[in-house]
Design a protein around this ligand. Structure first.
Ligand SMILES: Nc1ncnc2c1ncn2[C@@H]1O[C@H](COP(=O)(O)OP(=O)(O)OP(=O)(O)O)[C@@H](O)[C@H]1O
Ligand SMILES: [Mg+2]
Length: 359
């Protein structure tokens, strides 16, 4: 069992509130990702779980133990938590074995047990053949696996990972995602992962918590975060999206500064924002406008191999469309095109990015 429960957690640095009241439960064996822009409070959350920071108010429990509360505080070394940080943080003067063995050594575990546990962990992180190497003889990804091994060797209840892959190149980062997931499945451990990379969050998480300026925007599965974002901030932060302003009445939305319309079956009238992902628009040369199409002019298109990334000017608003790569030669820059809309969301336009979705 390793469940983390938060009750009304807040955190101030001086007068500045960096975490607004947070309550929630990270379940046993769950992979939870804290996602949000730089400075939104992700690392602060991790440091509070680990015990390097004390919440200003509220309570954190790991299983039934209150690790941080009104009148008790359990220090980091008593929380049985493994951590990996963004910088590699392996000790340069120790070889792979010594780095991974270190936490057991300071716990006073006997030599034979250290040897067998380190060897087991090194196998799990695919480093067995590097056991005697020094860190400067390892690649970035291998060093990061040493840090992961060291975090896991004490059989922690919880593994905290703070942007552990951000120093790696794109290919290695992708490969490491799957390795981390594999390790999580093998050790059945609760993982709290911090990133500002939304693809990483989508690929790895059971649950994503989107933060903005210390406030939780949404806690949901990757699919719901992508397809049913609760507000404009989340819709914008995850994936690519175009927002179109408009006026809603009688089952239609009139696009701002345009005489064109999109269907709308919700009950909101007045100012709204249509949010549409570029893969939910089909670009074609069809002149017969159906009721859910907009006419525009192709401004730019970028051939990226697998996809054709287009920008279309619809009466002054630029709409992004991601079409199949093989459509690249079908459309010419400066010529009119038709955009057929499928799945899209409609937000109330109250002038903020925190607005709730209406339909
Ligand atoms: N020790 C501190 N004293 C004062 N302010 C701090 C301290 N640590 C962090 N902050 C502030 O708290 C806010 C949240 O910081 P935090 O490190 O949690 O952000 P983050 O989401 O991890 O950002 P990044 O993606 O850049 O790592 C920031 O505005 C930061 O400047
Ligand atoms: Mg951080």
């Amino acid at each position: 069992m390793s469940e983390i429960t938060f009750k009304n957690i807040t955190k101030y640095y001086g007068n500045v509130q960096v975490i607004q009241e947070f309550s929630g439960t990270f379940h046993d064996g769950e992979f939870v990702t804290l996602l949000g822009p730089s400075g939104c409070g992700k690392t602060t959350m991790l440091r509070m779980i680990a015990g390097f920071e004390k919440p200003t108010s509220g309570e954190i429990k790991i299983d039934n133990l209150t690790v941080s509360g009104e009148d008790n505080f359990i220090p980091p070394n008593k929380r049985n938590i493994g951590m990996v940080f963004q910088s590699y943080a392996v000790w340069p003067h120790m070889n792979v074995f010594q780095n991974v063995a270190y936490p057991l050594k300071i716990q006073g575990v006997n030599k034979a047990e250290i040897k067998s546990r380190v060897e087991n962990i090194l196998e799990a992180v695919h480093l067995s053949q590097y056991i005697n190497r020094m860190p400067d003889e390892l690649s970035g990804g291998q060093q990061q696996r040493v840090a992961l091994g060291r975090a896991l060797v004490g059989n922690p209840k919880v593994l905290l990972l703070d942007e552990p892959l951000s120093n790696l190149d794109a290919k290695l980062r992708e490969a490491m995602r799957f390795e981390i997931k594999e390790i999580q499945n093998k050790f059945k451990i609760t993982v709290v992962y911090v990133t500002h990379d939304q693809t990483e969050a989508m690929a790895m998480s059971d649950k994503i918590i989107v933060f903005n300026r210390g406030a939780v925007q949404q806690i949901d599965s990757p699919e719901n975060i992508y397809r049913k974002p609760v507000n404009q901030f989340t819709a914008d932060f995850i994936g690519k999206i175009t927002f179109l302003r408009g006026q809603s009445s009688n089952g239609k939305i009139k696009i701002l500064n345009s005489e064109q319309y999109i269907n709308y079956s919700g009950d909101k009238t007045g100012d709204v924002i249509i949010a549409i992902r570029p893969e939910n628009i089909v670009i074609n040369n069809n002149n017969n406008l159906n009721s859910n199409s907009l006419r525009g002019v192709l401004k730019n298109s970028y051939y990226l191999g697998d996809v054709n990334d287009c920008r279309i000017d619809v009466d002054g608003t630029i709409i992004r469309v991601i079409a199949a790569g093989n459509t690249y030669n079908n459309f010419k820059i400066g010529e009119p095109v038709n955009l057929a809309f499928s799945e899209y969301l409609v937000f109330e336009d109250d002038g903020t990015d925190q607005t709730k979705i209406l339909s």
